[in-house]
Write a protein that binds this ligand. Structure first.
Ligand SMILES: Nc1nc2c(ncn2[C@@H]2O[C@H](COP(=O)(O)OP(=O)(O)O)[C@@H](O)[C@H]2O)c(=O)[nH]1
Ligand SMILES: [Mg+2]
Length: 173
């Protein structure tokens, strides 16, 4: 990819219960700061451009809040907006000083859901870049699968079913 290539844009969304660190993570990621230095009520959308696996990516991160509806941190008004997101980052780990979810439990759930599991610390800037990069990798993987499926569908519906189209069709089956 050339130097002047436009970065692919990804709309990410941070969701989870109140007080788990949803706001701290994108702030650490985009501004390299943690804690009182930033007033989280100022904005709920952050952007950062990074290179992931040699491909430039522009990440638009939407930090959800407003928990009148309880657990998810998303009220009904915003559910529609949420659908615009390409990827979702959902997490929660500790409460006060007690660890409530073990690493094993987290990893097991992630494996059950078929998604990557990454423990982060916005405070110590541990695995912050990695969490966002991994999310973008997941989206890229998904998009690639979609493209293959679309190609296969095209091939199977066309009247002139050439060799390569039939081959792609078998991938979907
Ligand atoms: N020790 C520690 N505290 C954190 C971390 N991330 C957030 N916090 C603290 O947890 C509290 C809630 O964080 P916040 O980002 O506002 O949570 P939100 O309600 O999910 O957006 C704040 O007091 C943060 O300083 C972290 O990685 N480590
Ligand atoms: Mg918040």
């Amino acid at each position: 990819m050339g130097k002047d290539a436009q970065p692919q844009e990804y709309n990410l969304c941070v969701v989870g219960p109140d007080g788990v660190g949803k706001t701290a993570l994108p702030i650490q990621f985009t501004m390299n700061i943690f804690g009182e230095e930033y007033d989280p009520t100022i904005e709920d959308e952050f952007s950062k451009q990074i290179v992931i696996d040699d491909e430039p990516a522009l990440l638009n991160i939407w930090d959800t809040s407003g928990n009148q509806e309880g657990y998810t941190g998303i009220n009904n008004m915003r559910l529609m907006d949420l659908r615009k997101g390409d990827g979702f980052l959902v997490y929660s780990v500790t409460k006060f000083l007690d660890r409530e979810v073990s690493t094993d439990e987290g990893a097991r759930l992630a494996s059950l859901l078929g998604c990557p599991f990454i423990e982060t610390s916005a405070k110590d800037r541990v695995n912050v870049e990695e969490a966002f990069s991994e999310l973008v990798r997941e989206i890229r993987k998904y998009e690639k699968e979609q493209q293959i499926a679309a190609k296969a569908a095209e091939g199977s519906s066309g009247a002139d079913n050439r060799e390569d189209a039939r081959c792609a069709c078998r991938v979907v089956v």
